[in-house]
Design a protein around this ligand. Sequence first.
Ligand code: ADP
Ligand code: TYD
Length: 200
Amino acid sequence: MRVVFVSFEGIDGSGKSSQAALLVDRLQTSGVDVVSSREPGGTALGERVRELLLGAEDVSPWAEAALFAAARAQLVSEVVAPALERGAWVVVDRFLHSSLAYQGGARGLGVDAILELNRTAIGGLLPDRTFLLRVPVEVALARTADGRRDRIESEGAEFLTRVDSAFEALSVRFDAVEAIDGTRAEAEIAEEIAVRLGLL
Ligand code: ADP
Ligand code: TYD
């Protein structure tokens, strides 16, 4: 089966944005029609929700989960569904599994409850393949040490460790979620992803 909808997941600093960009470049170089986006954001409404989510001082856990789901619903209807309908590939930097790991796992709302909320919001449109970049929490923190951290990224190592465990559990539970060793050189990781997608 041809893979067309791919998401990248991992803790902040795992290298998912870099790998999403490398995959998009590879596809474009091969002449493939590809649409890329990021979460939260990717639409005008989503960018406003992103500001609310990452800038606000005090956001209750369920408000956070519902706002991420709202941004995702908009991204699906405005960007993902139209692209898939015309036969394009879609590559997203974070999607549903971020909510499952951060809100469902690390915030303790429950993976199944967040899955249910998002299934309703996005009408069951799930990625064909999700690459989960895994690096030890200390490595991820060191990679992001000099940048400014947003409200969620500022939670610290203990929170990121919970997110990481939740992501790992998702890769065990869902066949479409594939863990990738993110500690290697960028080009090597990109090559493995291309092989797994049948592009090489
Ligand atoms: P994320 O999107 O997961 O937060 P990024 O792709 O933005 O991660 O990468 C975070 C930082 O780590 C960047 O400075 C990037 O250049 C660096 N980086 C990404 N992939 C690797 C890698 N495989 N090895 C070393 N550094 C990396
Ligand atoms: P993002 O901008 O992707 O961070 P980065 O580029 O540094 O990886 O995401 C911002 C934060 O939002 C990040 O800490 C993860 C969090 N997040 C959730 O908690 N739930 C979600 O559903 C999504 C999409 C992101």
